[in-house]
Design a protein around this ligand. Structure first.
Ligand SMILES: *Cc1c(COP(=O)(O)O)cnc(C)c1O
Ligand SMILES: [Zn+2]
Length: 413
């Protein structure tokens, strides 16, 4: 069962029923799910969660959909990997990688889509739709196929080949739009009112979708023995994940699952080629001015981020920062993580690691902090970014002599 009481406007606090609504009629503010935390506190314990499934649905009490019949491909409960070799390289102490590359379609978007489509089915929707920068397309395609829902996925025309294939393969409708993500998103906002029987996961059911990101915080805390980290580094596209990671830690405390009140610094990571939230943070404002994206980190390329102002607020309020890194640093970040920890991340993961590198060098992330970096997508999705510089060490004839020569070059003697 779900403990959601309804929706509430983030700006004017007006209340709405838990239906397919996403903006306030009065002030156009975004709507957010509201829970009865007392009842949740009375019904969940660390033990009841531990006895749950090894997916995001172990936290069903804190999600806005009924966990008894979830649209579930196994999203979540991903490894939290201790990263001592990377930490040593960066001069840090306790560093962990939340490895969300291993989700069913290779990104953290499986979390949000599992929640969104579960709620969509509860609300009676038969068609799943979305505007996507790529990973959401993959997750909606797969989860809609699994649930037997029809799907319409809208993407910018210039996505990475892997992300297009990994959407089309599930048999839904994939519509490539001549424009960037912000054009695609505007089209979907218009379509959502034309097609009220379609569940656009990040438009008309966005308040439910967004809640799925809280499970990253829930898992990190549970995996640390119901403790919170001191600092987390979160990549920013719309800013939703960052705000919900913040909310997730607070909620665990509200329902009595943590010993201590969490003091988690939340820092954000963007690519310089699409860094409207980092710019607002640095300018000391919460007015996020839209930009035209130009970066290899396409999954984060949202020029007009809906939750940007709330991300700035969460970073400021918790003592975090929001930093932006160049595409060159993104490629180096992907390689650094792969070389030190054996984890291959997509460009968004490169953004997170490159930001971690910058913050470590600047002393903003420090040695005595317990740090978690969110690695949100798999490297095979954006192979274009590293293919030119990831080649065989050598190509040889199939003879011992040929190999001996190469080995001599590699190792010397
Ligand atoms: C979508 C996405 C994010 C963050 O998205 P938000 O819109 O900020 O919640 C992070 N990493 C990857 C790989 C993504 O696809
Ligand atoms: Zn309002």
């Amino acid at each position: 069962m779900s403990f959601v009481e309804g929706l509430r406007c983030r700006e004017c606090a007006r209340a709405y029923p838990a239906e397919a609504l996403h903006v306030c009629d009065f002030c156009f503010g975004p709507l957010e799910a509201v829970y009865d935390y007392e009842r949740i506190a009375a019904s969940v314990t660390r033990e009841s969660i531990a006895a749950g499934p090894h997916t995001i649905w172990r936290y069903a009490a804190l999600l806005p959909a009924d966990g008894r019949a979830p649209v579930d491909l196994g999203a979540g409960f991903t490894p939290l990997v201790r990263a001592d070799r990377l930490a040593a390289e960066l001069g840090l102490g306790e560093l962990w990688i939340k490895n969300d590359t291993v989700n069913p379609t290779g990104s953290f978007k499986d979390r949000v889509v599992s929640v969104a489509l579960t709620k969509a089915q509860e609300l009676g929707f038969k068609v799943a739709a979305c505007a996507s920068t790529g990973n959401l397309a993959n997750a909606v395609g797969a989860h809609a196929a699994h649930a037997g829902m029809k799907s319409f996925v809208f993407i910018p025309h210039d996505l990475e080949a892997g992300k297009v294939v990994m959407t089309a393969i599930y048999g839904g409708n994939v519509i490539a739009v001549n424009g960037n993500y912000d054009d695609v998103n505007r089209l979907c906002a218009e379509l959502a009112s034309e097609q009220p029987t379609w569940a656009f996961v990040n438009v008309n059911v966005r308040p439910y979708y967004a809640e799925g990101s809280k499970t990253l915080a829930f898992e990190v805390a549970e995996q640390l023995g119901w403790q919170t980290p001191d600092h987390v580094i979160v990549p920013i596209a719309s800013g939703s994940q960052l705000t919900k990671v913040h909310k997730g830690f607070q909620e665990l405390h509200k329902v009595g699952l943590l010993d201590d009140e969490p003091h988690v610094r939340i820092s954000g990571a963007q690519a310089i080629g699409c860094s409207p939230v980092a710019t607002a943070f640095k300018e000391g404002t919460d007015v996020v001015r839209p930009v035209k994206p130009d970066t290899i980190a396409k999954s984060l390329a949202i020029g007009n981020p809906a939750d940007g102002p709330y991300a700035v607020e969460a970073a400021r309020q918790t003592g975090g920062v929001i930093e932006a890194v160049s595409d060159g640093e993104v490629v180096e970040g992907i390689k650094l993580l792969a070389r030190t920890e054996g984890i291959f991340a997509e460009t968004a993961g490169g953004v997170t690691i490159a930001t971690l590198v910058r913050l470590a060098n600047a002393g903003i992330v420090h040695r005595d902090e317990r740090v978690v970096a969110m690695i949100t997508g798999h490297g095979l999705k954006t192979i274009e970014a590293v293919a030119p510089t990831s080649k065989p060490t050598a190509t040889i004839a199939p003879t011992l002599d040929a190999f001996a020569e190469v080995l001599f070059q590699i190792e010397g003697n």
